[in-house]
Design a protein around this ligand. Structure first.
Ligand code: GLN
Length: 197
């Protein structure tokens, strides 16, 4: 399988490394590519939209022609997508505080609120109970959004207090934290399972 990491802004190389590690641990054949152009986005089975700044990532995805390719392929179930942190904002159908900017691809039945944690808790790490995992996942939150609501076919996979922090819908996965920063590849392996079907 071929996995692309949308590589125009944000923590791209960490995701590439984590995905390669996950492929190796699973013992499957796979390749991980840095995706900057539309033709590369047509050539992968799954994409990861990394954390960073959702406004910048969405603007550059449009400029580089990635926006329409990812949207159309995901809508026709031709592409699995994982969005982490800013990437989860880009997947949401509703962004509560996007202002007048279009930052979202509108693919998942989730609503998000950007920068949901106050200054004192801007960044933190916490063990997170994730549906389907025996041991908690070390979740790193950095100026994270929160998923405030899911509907339709979206399923909640993890919560933190009152907030939803991970959700799945079909072959799409949204998480508000950074799974690429801790050396724990379980979430990347979960995503690769969704790519494989
Ligand atoms: N605060 C960022 C945004 O709203 C997301 C932060 C992150 O991805 N670490 O786009």
């Amino acid at each position: 399988m071929r996995i692309g990491v949308i590589g125009i802004q944000g923590d791209v190389s960490e995701h590439i490394a984590a995905t390669r590690a996950a492929i190796e641990e699973m013992g499957v054949r796979g390749e991980v590519l840095w995706v900057r152009r539309a033709d590369a986005a047509r050539d992968v089975d799954g994409v990861i939209i990394p954390g960073g700044e959702s406004t910048t990532i969405s603007r550059l995805m449009k400029r580089h022609g990635l926006w329409d390719v990812v949207r159309e392929r995901a809508l026709s179930d031709d592409l699995a997508v994982m969005g982490t942190c800013a990437g989860s904002i880009i997947l949401a159908k509703e962004v509560e505080n996007a202002g007048d900017r279009v930052v979202s691809l509108g693919l998942m039945d989730i609503a998000v609120r950007r920068n949901a944690y106050g200054r004192q808790r801007e960044s933190f790490e916490t063990p997170l109970k994730v549906k389907g995992m025996d041991e908690p996942f070390p979740a790193v939150f950095i100026r994270a959004p929160a998923i405030t609501r899911v509907w339709g076919d979206a399923e909640v996979l993890a919560t933190l207090g009152d907030d939803i922090v991970m959700a799945r819908e079909g072959r799409m996965l949204a998480l508000t934290f950074h799974p690429e920063l801790t050396g724990d590849t379980r979430i990347h392996r979960m995503f690769l399972g969704m790519v494989e079907r």
